[in-house]
Design a protein around this ligand. Sequence first.
Ligand code: UDP
Length: 500
Amino acid sequence: MNGAFKHVPLMERPHFVLVPQMAQGHTIPMIDMAYILAGHGAVVTFVTTPRNAARLESIIQHARDSQLPIKFLPLPFKGTEVGLPEGCESVDSLPLGLKQLSTFVEASLQLQDPLISYLRENGPPPNCVISDMTHPWTGAVAREFGVPRLSFIGFSAFSSLVRHLINIHKVYDNVVDDFEPVPIPGFPHPLELPKTRSTLSFYASGERIFNMVKEEESKNIGVIVNTFQDLEPMYIKSYENTIDKKVWPIGPMCIFNKDMKPVASRGEKASIDVDRCLRWLDSMPNRSVIYVSFGSLVRSMPLQLIEIGLGLEASKKPFIWVIKAGERMSEIEQWLLEENFEERVKDRGLIIRGWAPQVLILSHNAIGGFMTHCGWNSTIEGICTGVPMLTWPHFAEQFLNEVLVVDILKIGLRIGVMSSVTWGSEKSDEVKVKRNEVEKKVLELLSEEKEGLERRLKASELGKMAKMAMEKGGSSYNNIEFLIHEIQERMQGNKDKVQT
Ligand code: UDP
C-alpha cells in the first residue's frame, strides 16, 4: 500500500464511490480500478446489484480475504418495473440485445435514491464519485455530497476522441452511403471512416439519456481512461484539448495484480478448471497457440462458429477456442459431437464453453496470437501481454480499435470484416468469414516471416511499456497517485471552508 496512508484511519482516507455499468466489459475494469485505488491507500465503495454481486462472488471474497478497504454494495435493480424480463441485471443478459439497451439504462436511473440513502446512513462520506459515463444520474449523487464526479470511459483515447468528434461535428448526418469513407474533422491526422465501421449508434441510448449523459459530461472534473501515456500520447492530448477536461490515463488496469487468482475470476467464475488450462498451455511450445475469443456480448451464430472451428483445424496450429453461443449453444454441441471435432483436434485444441480466464491465458508464453473482437478491454489485455492480434470487430467502437491496432500500432492483422452486425439481431445464415480465410489469417498472424516477426516484436515492446506504466514510478502509477492527491486536496479545501 501507498506509504502515505499506512497510519491513516479508514475514516480519514479519500473515499471513492465507483459506479460501473452492469456489463462485463465495463464492470471488469472498474473492479481492477477498485483494487488499484485501494492498493494506493484509498477506501472504495463499489456499487453493484444482487445478481451481479453473485457473479462476482469469488472476486468479492478475494477482496475480503485481502482485507482491502473495498465494500461491494448490491442495490436492488428494478428492471421488471420498466418491462425488462425477470433477472436481467446486466447488459449481456438482455434477450433482445440492442433493442433493450435504452430500457436497461433507464432502469438504472432508479439506483440514484437508494445510493444516496445508503451513503447518508453509512460512513465514511464519499469524496469522489467515479461513474461509468452511461450513468448520468451519478452526477446528482456527487452534488448531493458536494464532491466531484469523474467519468470512466471504457474506450481507448483514440476511439473516445473519434466518438466525440463524430458527435460534435455530426459527421454522418448527411451521409447516404454507409460504406463511404468520411473524413473526421479535428482529428490530429487525416482519418476517414465509413459509418458502418464507426457504429456509435450502439451507445445512443435514447435521446433523453443521451442528453443527460452530455449534460453530466460537461460538469465532470475529468475522465478516466484505461490506457497509458506512451501507447497513444497524441490521442490522449488531443482528446483532452477537445473536451477541455483533464484526462487521466491509469491503465492498463488489468495488470493491477501479479497474483493470478483474482485475475482468473475477473467478471465471472471461469468455466474451466484453471490448473487444467495452465497444464494444457504448459504442454504447448512457446508462442504457438492462437487464442480465440469475442468477449462477453458477441453472440456468434452456429454457421459462423462452424467455419471458425474448421478453419482452426485446417491451420494445424494449437488453439484455445472460447465458444459463447447463448441459446444456440445446443446446435453447436450437436455439431461438435456429430463431427467428433474435439477428438479430431485433441492433440492441439482446447474448447472453453462459457467464461475463459482470459488474462491468465493471454499472459502465458504459449500464446502466439489472439483472434479478438477488439472490445477495448480485450485489446488492452492483448497489448499488455504482448500478443499480436487477428482483428475481427463486430459492433460498437470495435472497428476503431481495429484501426488503432492494425494501422497505427502495427501489432495486428485484419481478418477482413467490412461491416458491423446489429447486436441481438444477428442473422443466423450470415457467414462473414469463411473457413479458408480463418485458416489463412491464423497462419499469417503466427508466421515467422518478416511481417509476422515485426508485429510480434512491436507487440512485445508495447507489452513491456504497458507493464512499466503500472510499475511504481510509471506514468499510470503516478497518475493514480496524482488523482488520489487531488481528491485529498479537495477534501482538505472543504474542511478549511467548514472551519472558517
Ligand atoms: N472476458 C473473460 N473471459 C471470457 C470473455 C471475456 O475474462 O470468456 C473478459 C475479457 O478479459 C475482458 C472483458 O471480459 O476483460 C470483455 O471486455 P471487452 O471490452 O473486450 O468486450 P465486451 O465483452 O465488452 O464486448
